[in-house]
Design a protein around this ligand. Structure first.
Ligand code: AVI
Length: 322
């Protein structure tokens, strides 16, 4: 392996790839799954029968939309701030209910991708031309910081769907919840989805689908490195390998080198050697139960006010207060 102390990184992606691939054991961050192709693959994953999370949360929202809308609504109206809105599929069930019951609210979807926000805004305005919608592009952290600095004159409800928190180890999940808590006032609410511990086989199937979409999603990290760093990863020479530990509820996804090989990342002036069966850890997808969620909430200064689960208890949406 070439050592390259002098490398000047073009961006944090390059820097983190350098750090992760020169570490032992090797790792890469799952946040880099999501380029244009990764966004599309994730949409495909959400529609897979094995990826039960989406359908479970849709059922929860559908079955409890009246109750949830009542809890969300405030005397002077409210702002519905959605972090990581994506295509807003599940949120639209709630929007429909809020509009039908004539609630006074502004929908504020936030996403890292302006593209995603433009499409969402167009669709929402087509469906409900009189809705108040204010999109905002940015990272969770920046937006939450901004929210905590703003003078707020009415109730705010923050929504984070899809168990996105599960991609953070507990330490960072507490940090994330703490940042959210700092932006909240006493009447504000946080509505957040947490995928639950369940039959390990059901979980493994969700991360190892029969059509190979999750494999392509995982390997998209290597494709991105090939394209953006002029590298020569041979995707055929890596196996997609998710594992689930029922003791701590952590799903970990790996890419495993099927042979002894060396990969060159030209833009980083870097050769990386892989022994046969050496791994790159690429993602965690944490699974929870009430004890863990209450512990995370307590660490972050939040309290669980209410919770909703699907009939199989695969997924739970919790409502938190400060
Ligand atoms: C976005 N996140 C909650 C998904 C998950 O379940 O961890 C990402 C994903 N990774 C593989 N399949 C889906």
């Amino acid at each position: 392996m070439k050592s390259n102390q002098e490398t000047k990184f073009k961006n944090t992606f390059e820097e983190e790839v350098y750090e992760g691939l020169t570490a032992f054991p090797k790792y890469l961050s799952s946040k880099y799954f999501y380029d244009k192709k990764g966004d599309k693959l994730f949409q495909k994953i959400m529609a897979l029968p094995e990826y039960y999370l989406t359908e479970c949360e849709r059922t929860i929202i559908e079955e409890n939309k009246a109750d949830i809308s009542n809890l969300f609504s405030g005397d002077a109206g409210f702002d519905l701030v959605e972090l990581g809105a994506g295509d807003g599929k599940k949120t639209k069930i709630l929007l429909q209910e809020l509009i039908e019951t004539k609630r006074n609210f502004t929908y504020k979807p936030i996403d890292i991708s302006q593209n995603v926000l433009d499409e969402l805004e167009e669709d929402v305005l087509n469906r409900w031309p009189s809705i108040n919608i204010e999109t905002e592009q940015g990272t969770y952290f920046n937006i939450l910081k901004k929210l905590s600095e703003q003078q707020k004159d009415r109730k705010m409800v923050i929504v984070v769907l899809g168990s996105n928190i599960g991609n953070l180890p507990h330490k960072y999940a507490v940090e994330f919840l703490t940042t959210i808590r700092k932006s909240m006032q006493p009447e504000d609410l946080l509505f957040m989805g947490f995928d639950q511990k369940k039959d390990p086989q059901v979980i493994l199937n969700a991360y190892n689908d029969s059509q190979g979409v999750t494999e392509e999603f995982n390997k998209n990290l290597l494709s991105r490195i090939n394209e953006e760093m002029n590298a020569n990863f041979d995707l055929q020479k890596f196996n997609h390998w998710p594992v689930y530990d029922p003791e701590n509820g952590t799903t970990k996804s790996y890419l495993v080198s099927t042979e002894d090989q060396t990969v060159t990342l030209q833009n980083l002036d870097l050769d990386i050697h892989f022994s046969a069966w050496e791994s790159i850890h690429t993602e965690i997808s944490q699974k929870y139960d009430d004890v863990i969620v209450n512990w995370l909430a307590q660490e972050a200064g939040l309290v669980v006010e209410k919770q909703y689960s699907d009939p199989k208890n695969y997924f739970t949406d919790y409502i938190f207060r400060i």
